[in-house]
Every structure is written in structure tokens, then in C-alpha cells.
Design a binder for this molecule. Sequence first.
Ligand code: PEP
Ligand code: MG
Length: 551
Amino acid sequence: MILMQGKGVSKGVVKGPIYFYQRGAVTVSTAKAADIEAERRRLEEAKEESMEQLGSLADKAREEAGDESAMLFETHAMFVEDEDFVDCMNAALEEEHCTAERAVEIAGERFAAMLAAMDDAYMQARAADIKDVARRILNNLMGVVEGGIDSQEPVILAADDLAPSETLQMDKSKILGFITQGGSGNSHTAILARTMGIPAICGLGGALKEEMNGRMAYIDGETGQAAIEPDDITLAAFQAKYEKQQELKVLLETMKGQEDVTLDGRSMMVYCNIGSPEDVAAVLSNDGQGIGLFRSEFLYLAAGDYPTEEEQFQAYKEVAAAMEGKRVVIRTLDIGADKQVDYFQMQKEDNPALGVRAIRICLNRPEVFRTQLRALYRASAYGKVAIMFPMITSVWEVRECKRACQKVMAELDAEGIPYRKDTEIGIMIETPASVLVAEELAREVDFFSVGTNDLTQYTLACDRQANDLGKFFDPHHPAVLRALKIAADAAHKAGIWIGICGELGADLSLLDTFLAIGIDELSVSPASVLPLRAEIRKSIAKTCTLEKLEC
Ligand code: PEP
Ligand code: MG
């Protein structure tokens, strides 16, 4: 037996074979090729295989998301056969006397650099496409199944670390759990695991090794323990925990249909965090009373190119309609920091968490913003949509966002497209600056939602991605709790509601504090709704002053 200890970031006990994630980052040899003709034939075969894959992907995309989505793969297929690109690969073979792999690598780099240097923004954006195409041909040459899970049975997916975009593109039906060497509980991959209800452990470090591939493991996403081929005693402990988990599930079923009210009659809105329309099923099955945070950027992360207005509209409409009049708070694009999207071609930053991210990108790129706002307002005709802006620090940003909304509404009026004029507009409180100007901000909007993940990061000057900050990253710190109280008082003074959509919202040990502070809504992963409801129904709401939130 091998026992490993990491940080449990998404609860649940599961058993399954370990499968090491194969990333496409492959090392290409620069050695000379023995037989150029043989290399040319290998290259032809890899191109043909790529064409077949792209054809199937285009068909699948057309079926599931329409013609526009299929176009991306059709464009990639055109690149595979592009005369200049093919000439460039053949020239590299001749000049360098190299392998087919090296020729593809050289041609991909040259072509991408040439496109990126063009004046035309559209052509610049195609540099990411050519890199994608080159990677596909390379993978086919080297037999790499990128991001794919080449297993018939569901597995415990192991990796050094996982980017949110990688997690999103995986086939979830094949994943029982995640275990990673690095990562942190506040990363978006951990958040995604919780949203999907998949047990996960991060920070296992060097104890997790590639040679464990295929071995049977048990993982406990609460304690952070993973056991490879456990002995009888360990196995019995995991089994007991698993059975307890099943019993608790049955018990929590009785919470369905009950109100989220304390013993003394104080209501709390219990909403859910989601990342895609597919997550709505879990919201409904866990009896979530609304959606407090739809991280719309996951639509961008899962795509290979800017999602169109129509694609976004369909996604938002689907969620709004499925929630049948219950509030659906959709956050506008929040990329940057750990959520990198290649086709945005963002400049590399030394401190991306302090850089051009979230609302800053939208205000800098009005066309991207306008497309999303149009989709959001159009979807508002199909349910109770609320729009929320992330990473706000200043009043002028909110006013600029509202002006963009006004412009979009005027466009829709002129085009005769229906939307709800009274669509709520809210902001995230996730920077110390927004807390300090909360009174002024509250006068501008309909609600606040506190992003405690970032608020903790920026208040305590602790990187939320780092896995070794330990006790220094402390969301229970009085500075964070007092920030919540300042924002709540400002919200109530202006007559608006305030929620929490960061991970802290599901922390049952803080429920009394949230009630005392005056929080009106908690938005949590779907699996946390019923445990939270059970706790609310046992609580008595008190009030508190700022000083009571002690050090
Ligand atoms: C937060 O910062 O708490 C939040 C909800 O947003 P995200 O985790 O997506 O940054
Ligand atoms: Mg945030």
C-alpha cells in the first residue's frame, strides 16, 4: 500500500484506477533524419489523420452547437492543407534534413510568428489556430492522445496540475476523481470539481508519480488522503466513510422542498454556482433556489475561438428558461490570472492577478463586451436574468458598464428584439477598494455579491493559486469578515441585497457569522445546498458589530 496526503478540495470518497493525464507538450528531437522520403510519408499520413479528426469534430460541433461552431474545425482543416503551410513543412524537411515532427514544429512556429506580426487583428488571431493545427499533426505523428482519456472504464485522473481549460475539455463521464501534485483549493480547477461534485485532492507533491498509472486507488476528497492498493485496515476505513457518505445523502434528501429559514424566521437565499448550462441539472436535483454565479468565462475557456452572440445567447437562454423564473446571476467575462484563453492573445504579465483581467478586459475591448451584453439582454426575455460585473474597484467602472448596457438596450429596442428592461445589475465585491467605496457603489447597482476567493487574496496579499501559503491564506481572518460587514452595511443602507458567491459561502462554521453580518444570499456548489439548508434550519440569527469580528 502507498498512502499519500494532500489537500482535500472537493468532498467524496471514490475508488478507481489511476490514469495519468497526457498533456500535448511533447519534446521533439532535433536529430537528423535517416530517410527523408520516409519522413515525408509519415507527414502525409499524420496530415490525413488530422483531416479525418477535424472532419468528425466539425460534424459533432454542427450537430451539438450549429454551423458557426463547426467552422472553427473547418478552418483548421483548411490550414492542414494550406499550400504555403505544406510548402513550409516540406522545405524544413529538405533544408534541415530533420524528422517529420521537427518539420511540423518549425513550420508551425514560422507561420504563427508571421500571422502574429500582421496588421490585421483577424489574421493575428489565426496564429493561435495554426499552433493548434501544428500540435494536432505533431500529436498524430507521436501517437499522443491529448487531453483524452484513453480508457474504457472511469478513472481517477492524476496530473501535475490542471488548467481550468483542460478540466473543461475532458469527458466528465470518465472521471471519478482528480488528484494533482500541485494546485490549491482556491484554483478554478478545484472550484470546477466542486461544481461538478467530483471528489478531488491537490498538493500531493512528488508522492504522486507517473508510474502509479493503472494502479487501483481510493481517494477521500475531504481528508485529502489517497491510498494506492490499500491494506485491509485502510480499505475498511475508506469503505466505512463511503457508507456514511451514502447515509448522509439519504438524510439530506429530506431537506428538499424545505424553506431556507432559521428557527427565528430569518430567510437566507441559497443559490448555486455553475460554469455551464449542463450544471443546471445538479442545481435542480439539489433544489437550489436560484443561480448566484454563472461563471460565463467557462464558455470562452471551453471554446477554441470567441463564442458568438448567438452561441452565448443559446447558453444563457437555456439556463434562464430551465430555472423557470428563479433568479440567474450571470457574471460577465472574468478571464485573466489562472483563466487564460489563447485566442485573446493577451500580453504576458509578471503579476496576472494584478493585471488586465475581468472587467478591465471588457472595458478595454468594447466589442467583446457588447457581444456578451447583447446575448445576456436577449436571454433576459426567457427568465429572471441578473447581470454581474467582476473585479470592480471604482465607481467610474460601474458607470461605464451601465453605459454599455444602455447602449445595448437601445440597439435591441431599435431592432425590435425583446428583453427585460428591469434586468438587475450587480457587482462583485472582491477587492479591498470596492469595500472601501461600497457606499458609493451601492447607490449605482441592484445587488452586491462578495467574491471571497479574490477578496481574501487581495486583502491578505496571498496568492490564491499557491499551494504552500498554508495558514497565511485564511478566509476567516477578521480583515475579511470585517470587509464583509462593511459591504453588507453599505448595501443595506442603499436598500440592496448582498450575497456571497466565493467558496467561503459554503463554510458551515461561518454560517452564524454570515447571519449576524446580515448576508442575504449564499451561492454555493450544488452539492452544498442541502447541507447548508440543514444548518440554516437549525440556526438562530443574531446581529453583530464590526468590533465583534475579532482577531
Ligand atoms: C471569487 O473571487 O470569490 C469568485 C467567486 O470569483 P472567482 O473565484 O471566479 O474569481
Ligand atoms: Mg473572483
